[in-house]
Ligand binder design. Structure first.
Ligand SMILES: [Zn+2]
Length: 483
């Protein structure tokens, strides 16, 4: 079904479409996953027990723990891949599929090839965990068609026109961001420079290309875009053709949005839409805002999102909770009731006031529970600290140009108490004293701890972060010596 139709269905039409898809998926596709066969058996569930969106609540949650590889079981995620064989096909395939296979056999066609097109994983993405081993998520050829479709939906929802000139600055890597931008631009036929990001093409060439190609759209990771933009300002570049900046890979705080907008004006880009996206590696795609104000528009024919409380019960519509994801139209790696660890303000089901689409929207402010948990493991002076709070606080702070937070020991003595040391480069027009004054209070208020502030030149902080050299910016570093 095409996006303009799907995105304008009535509430009842969406429910009936999702019920139909869910029934097919649970009765005829999910049984091909070894993980879910074992899970259903363990809980005494039959796949045919799940026939409505409400029935979904009978299925136990899964989470990163079930999926992430361990040293003992490095191929753990393989059990989430649909792997039909002759026996399973006979038992679970829909009648129409079995008849199709029979007809292909009679016509002398290569049945195996057709099944491989649908099920064999041929394209892999990896999660970028800070602590866990990377998890592989597999796409079949059929999945790549679905990926192209959802990628196009992203750009269509953003309102990017057919005559756009795009510079894709997402790093060339087995991650969603680069490939979604690649598939969106190639499927929609947009003139695009697939730069591969700073590590592949180099920041200077990217800055020049945006000017020379008169790019109207740039897709990038927020921290890296901000860095390149600052360079462009220093070199007095002309980026006045820019109309859209599409962010992915990291959270976009309102403070960062405002800082980027201010700087964009200095390169002549006066009216730029800054769009944030929400991606889920395990969900195999991403969702987007249609305007800076709205939430992320979901695809009712591709997935079901639930919002649950701490105990795992669904919350009333619009209430905050953890986002839970279920695949409806993917092959390869599939997820059912996957706890994302992402806490949302709520899901909206009314018509979008900006674009008129009727699909459910995930609230734009998302907190990653998983990040908080990972960082919470870091005790500072024996206290659990939400170091995650430093990201929006510092990246959105008008006094701060760049920063890195280090968890250290006083005097670098392993037996001393812990301390947080914040290395900062102030904005050009801000003195270090002004910055200290503004930050100390904010840090205490939002994190409950104090940090020792140390002024550093911008170039030095950039090197510490690894802006041009590291796959992921090193914003929080534990440098405590082992006693
Ligand atoms: Zn909208």
């Amino acid at each position: 079904m095409d996006w303009s139709t799907v995105s304008h269905l009535t509430h009842d039409e969406i429910t009936s479409l999702q019920t139909k898809r869910l029934r097919h998926f649970f009765h005829h596709e999910l049984p091909y996953s070894p993980y879910f066969r074992a899970l259903f058996e363990k809980h005494n569930l039959k796949f045919t027990d799940i026939s409505t969106i409400d029935d979904l609540q009978k299925v136990p949650f899964s989470s990163k723990v079930d999926l992430a590889p361990t040293p003992e079981d490095p191929a753990k995620s393989r059990a989430f891949i649909l792997q039909p064989d002759e026996h399973l096909l006979k038992k679970y395939a829909a009648k129409s599929k079995l008849i199709g296979i029979l007809l292909q056999k009679l016509a002398g066609q290569d049945v195996k090839k057709k099944l491989e097109w649908e099920y064999k994983p041929i394209h892999l993405h990896f999660t970028t965990g800070r602590t866990a081993l990377p998890t592989a998520v597999g796409y079949s050829q059929r999945d790549l068609d679905v990926l192209k479709e959802t990628a196009s939906r992203l750009f269509l929802t953003m309102g990017i026109p057919g005559n756009a000139v795009v510079v894709n600055v997402f790093p060339y890597a087995p991650h969603l961001a680069f490939w979604l931008a690649f598939f969106a631009t190639s499927s929609l036929g947009l003139t695009t420079l697939q730069s591969g990001g700073g590590k592949v093409m180099g920041t200077q060439k990217i800055i020049d290309a945006i000017e020379r190609l008169k790019a109207t759209v740039v897709t990038a990771i927020p921290g890296y875009f901000y860095h390149s933009l600052r360079e462009a300002v220093a070199q007095k570049k002309n980026w006045s053709s820019l109309q859209f900046v599409v962010f992915g890979g990291e959270r976009v705080s309102e403070g960062l949005r405002a800082k980027v907008k201010d700087l964009l004006k200095e390169v002549g880009a006066m009216d730029v839409k800054i769009i944030a996206t929400y991606a889920l590696t395990e969900g195999k795609t991403a969702w987007t805002q249609c305007s800076e104000e709205t939430g992320y528009h979901t695809y009712p024919d591709m997935e079901i999102f639930e919002v649950v409380d701490d105990k795992g019960n669904r919350v009333p519509d619009g209430q905050p909770g953890e986002l839970v994801y279920t695949s409806l139209n993917w092959r390869g790696t599939v997820m059912v009731r996957y706890r994302t660890g992402d806490i949302i303000q709520g899901m909206s089901y009314d018509q979008c006031p900006h674009c008129g689409r009727t699909v459910a929207r995930i609230s734009k402010d998302i907190k990653r529970k998983s990040d908080i948990k990972e960082f919470n493991l870091t005790k500072v002076k024996g206290e659990l600290v939400d170091l995650n709070a430093f990201f929006p606080l510092l990246s959105g702070s008008p006094e701060v140009e760049e920063w890195q937070l280090q968890i250290a020991k006083v005097n670098n003595d392993p037996y001393e108490v812990d301390e947080l040391v914040l290395y900062v480069a102030p904005k050009p027009n801000v003195t270090f004293m002004q910055l200290e004054h503004a930050l100390n209070r904010k840090i205490m208020a939002e994190t409950g701890v104090t940090a020792r502030l140390v002024e550093k030149p911008l170039a030095e902080v950039l090197q510490m972060i690894g802006m041009e050299t590291e796959p992921k910016e090193k914003r929080v570093v534990d440098v405590r010596p082992k006693g």
